[in-house]
Design a binder for this molecule. Structure first.
Ligand SMILES: [Fe+2]
Length: 181
């Protein structure tokens, strides 16, 4: 079960109710894929925890995020992933794949294994987002059958959307695209 009420978050998490519902949908989608792909229990747990914790600081105040990640070159929207990874590491989380998935989930990372790639897809394909519903539902259904091909599609979609809105592209996002194109 991954309904919003049953999602367990650390005491330092800062999420409002809408965010908690998003986290629950992302986690449910990751568990659905993990079960369809018959992943080993440890990898299934890594996917679940990446989903459960990726946005734990998404609604934290900017001062709190900047105190955790003192890099003035980063816009505020990119701080919550690295900040959550730092808090998890301080709390004893030692799974590098889980930490890297969370740290880079907003911009992507070319050296990700499956945990980061699965989270990047689930964050974009979860059914609560209102744009491109049928296309995203189709991609979500493809993940267990063609993980790498669907990941490539999701990277492309997210890149096109960022370009369409005139956003800055981060070098790590460009490197991710170059690694899968
Ligand atoms: Fe998210």
């Amino acid at each position: 079960m991954s309904d919003a009420a049953s999602i367990e978050l650390p005491s330092w998490a800062r999420v409002d109710e809408r965010r908690r519902a998003h986290i629950a949908r992302v986690t449910a989608l990751l568990l659905h894929w993990a079960d369809a792909m018959q992943l080993p229990a440890s990898e299934r747990a890594a996917w679940r925890d990446a989903g459960r914790l990726h946005d734990a600081l998404r609604d934290a105040p900017e001062e709190e995020l900047r105190a955790l990640i003192p890099d003035p070159s980063l816009p505020v929207g990119l701080l919550h992933g690295p900040a959550a990874a730092r808090c998890l590491e301080s709390a004893g989380e030692s799974r590098a794949e889980v930490l890297d998935a969370i740290r880079w989930h907003t911009v992507g990372c070319a050296s990700w294994g499956r945990v980061g790639r699965a989270l990047y897809m689930a964050d974009y394909l979860e059914p609560g987002r209102t744009f491109a519903r049928s296309e995203r539902a189709y991609l979500a259904a493809q993940v267990p059958h063609d993980f790498d091909g669907t990941f490539r599609q999701v990277v492309r979609h997210r890149l096109m959307a960022a370009l369409g809105e005139g956003h800055e592209l981060w070098p790590t996002t460009v490197a991710l695209w170059n690694s899968v194109r």
